[in-house]
Design a protein around this ligand. Structure first.
Ligand code: WTA
Length: 648
């Protein structure tokens, strides 16, 4: 097995390869400097020029209206993101270009040209319309990674229905919370999805959830896995039957630039997931420009982002950003190790992928599986690699560069969040020298800084809070139904700046190094999970009195989940109970939240005011020296007990 170490002092530097820079969209550092300065000094002029590359039905009256903490971009303008992702290309020489190349996990393939994708989207938009859905209604989408997922998302955008994509790995309970919070009228799903050769019972999960979702009137069901599913008369409709009944003529709705495009739920520090709201015009412009420059997109690229559309990366960099740029997008349904651990490399070879964007957790798995697997395939079509989701260990970065990138491809380590909508900090591959483990420099228009609690800037290499000081086009506009939470969560912790939970440092060259979450959020395999949510799930089990969940370092997933649990009187810790609790969390939230370890204890360390001291528990879980301040601890003997607590 290969060891991956975190190297704190990282000196290796990789300037953009000369040939890459020569052909890049941005290859001249002076030109980059000029653009970056302009984007900060004259943001309105800068973004207006970018927006003008896209289609607007009506021009905006003002580029930006900023009234802290609310922003509006392209005020009064009317546009449509589906139009910009599809119709715009039909007259621009991309009519017969592949928009989506899709591979199912069992191995079948499909290609949809821009014209074909446009037709499917128009038809599904008509299906929604004919069932009474119009601009402003919410549509929940709970599907596997199939082309129809893209069709459903874009159809919503076309008519202005606000979509809420729910990751296909989530359980019925997670569907209930999200559908009810958004008050969705429609759910779009599949009979099932393929994952590692097994069927994920998507429709059964929806059926179970909808018993508790009173707002849903219609369910559209795509046949994918062909097993028998229950269809409820009047409520459930087969996708293909519905599509047969409508035309493919559906003009795109001219929508206000601030029309809510989607809600995407993400973990926060309190129990309930937050519905992050993105709107139309600013999000479009932000995803369009970042895709163009960070991925240096060219007309003949085959672009592959391996993220699931259930997460923000799939929204911005599988669908909206690349399609707004008229790219050819590869989409894959299943697991990276099915039927074998070389699946991704076989696909890169098969489709001649040129730009590849994946997550550090995947890269760590590839390292572990061994470099003989990528070596079996011709990866010479690759010209650019990217990562997102969590800090990447320098050794994994070096492996990615050498084994996958053949020492020739630049790597863009992109930092951003569900809330930022688009990439905020990243190298631009033709101009930015990269260094393993650093996301390097802010993107155009991004005024990022590392500050102390009082908002003053940190010095070089001084760790602090990563903040954004100016609003940007693709930023979230609010938390669905809870604007107070929006103010509190993002704008009140380090006022007046935007702060969303990451610690960082900036080195003497101005490169950013993301140090990870400082709040009660665990980043497992690149996905954010709120500790509170997992704790709530544990406490909902009848045997559990109290639970505290903390991360511990995990070689593969970045962070593993450790749960400290106290039991109800009369319940005794057993191995059976450990399994039961882990299964219980899987069922309540999804397998991704399943604790790696359950530790039973008689009491949890608390402050005098009763707050659980998770920092101490994190040290215990990681077998570290206790670093935290223990002076506020109520009962010191608790700690000794914890150290000795049973390991599950
Ligand atoms: C983490 C995913 C280090 C970070 C797009 C952030 C990263 C959270 C990076 C957002 C990166 C994302 N380096 N950390 N390149 N990219 N993160 O909302 O902690 O699922 O706050 O969005 O992932 O996760 P989210």
């Amino acid at each position: 097995m290969v060891e991956i170490n975190s190297v704190l002092q990282e000196g290796r530097k990789f300037p953009p390869p000369t040939a890459f820079a020569a052909a890049a969209r941005l290859g001249d550092p002076a030109e980059y400097e000029r653009l970056y300065r302009r984007s900060l000094d004259e943001p309105e002029a800068f973004w207006a020029e970018v927006a003008a590359e896209l289609h607007w039905f009506e021009p905006w009256q003002a580029v930006r209206e900023w009234s802290h903490p609310h922003v509006r971009w392209f005020v009064g303008g009317r546009t449509n993101l589906a139009y910009n992702c599809l119709d715009r290309h039909l007259t621009a020489g991309r009519r017969t270009k592949a928009a989506l190349i899709w591979e199912g996990e069992p191995g079948e393939t499909r290609t949809l040209t821009y014209l074909e994708l446009h037709r499917e989207v128009c038809r599904f938009a008509n299906v929604l319309k004919s069932h009474g859905i119009s601009a402003g209604d919410r549509v929940a989408i709970y599907m596997g990674m199939v082309p129809e997922l893209a069709v459903a998302v874009l159809a919503c955008a076309r008519i202005g229905a606000t979509h809420s994509v729910i990751f296909g790995g989530f359980s019925p309970n997670a569907i209930v919370d999200r559908v009810n919070d958004a008050q969705a009228k429609v759910v779009v799903t599949c009979d099932g999805g393929w994952r590692r050769g097994r069927i994920v019972p998507l429709k059964d999960n929806v059926d179970e959830a909808l018993e508790r979702c009173p707002t849903v009137a219609h369910v559209f069901v795509l046949k994918r896995t062909q097993q028998h599913v229950h269809m409820k008369e009047g409520r459930d409709h087969w996708w293909s039957d519905s599509m047969d009944q409508v035309s493919h003529d559906c003009p795109a709705e001219p929508l206000d630039a601030e029309h809510p495009l989607y809600i995407l739920y993400t973990s926060g520090t309190t129990g309930k997931p937050k519905g992050v709201v993105h709107t139309t015009g600013g999000y479009m412009v932000g995803t369009y420009l970042t895709t163009k420059y960070v991925f240096d997109l060219r007309e003949d690229d085959v672009y592959w982002c391996t993220a699931d559309v259930g997460w923000v990366t799939g929204h911005s960099y599988v669908l909206y950003g690349p399609l707004a740029n008229g790219a050819t997008v590869l989409m894959y349904e299943g697991a990276p190790n099915h039927p074998d651990v070389d699946r991704f490399w076989a696909m890169i070879d098969r489709w001649q992928v040129s730009v590849f964007y994946t997550a550090p957790t995947a890269i760590r798995a590839f390292v572990r599986w061994g470099e003989e697997h990528p070596k079996k395939h011709d990866l010479s079509s690759l010209r650019l690699l990217g990562t997102v989701g969590e800090p990447i260990n320098p050794e994994a970065w070096m492996w990615y560069r050498r084994v996958i990138g053949g020492d020739r491809c630049p790597i863009v380590d992109t930092w951003w969040q569900t809330e930022t909508g688009a990439i905020m900090i990243s190298p631009l591959p033709g101009v930015t020298p990269t260094t393993p483990g650093s996301a390097t420099k802010p993107f155009f228009g991004v005024d990022a800084d590392v500050v102390r609690r009082d908002g003053t800037s940190c010095g070089p290499d001084e760790g602090g809070f990563l903040v954004l000081k100016q609003p940007w086009p693709s930023m979230l506009r609010t938390v669905w139904g809870d604007d107070e939470r929006y103010r509190q969560q993002y704008w009140s912790q380090i006022p007046p700046f935007y702060f969303a939970g990451d610690g960082a440092r900036r080195d003497a060259d101005g490169n950013f190094w993301i140090m990870g979450r400082i709040d009660d959020v665990i980043n497992v395999a690149g996905h954010r999970l709120g500790t509170m949510e997992i704790e709530s799930a544990l406490v909902s089990h009848p045997a559990v009195a109290e639970a505290a969940v903390v991360p511990r370092p995990d070689e593969l997933k970045g962070s593993g989940i450790v749960a400290f649990v106290t039991l109800e009187g009369g319940r005794r810790p057993t191995d059976g109970l450990v399994d039961e609790l882990r299964d219980h969390v899987s069922k309540e939230i999804g397998a991704i939240a399943r604790p790696d370890q359950i530790r039973f204890t008689d009491a949890l360390p608390k402050t005098r005011s009763g707050k659980i001291m998770r920092r101490l528990l994190a040290d215990v879980a990681a077998n570290r020296e206790l670093r935290g301040d223990t002076t506020t601890l109520e009962d010191l003997s608790v700690l000794q007990q914890l150290r000795e607590a049973d390991e599950g």
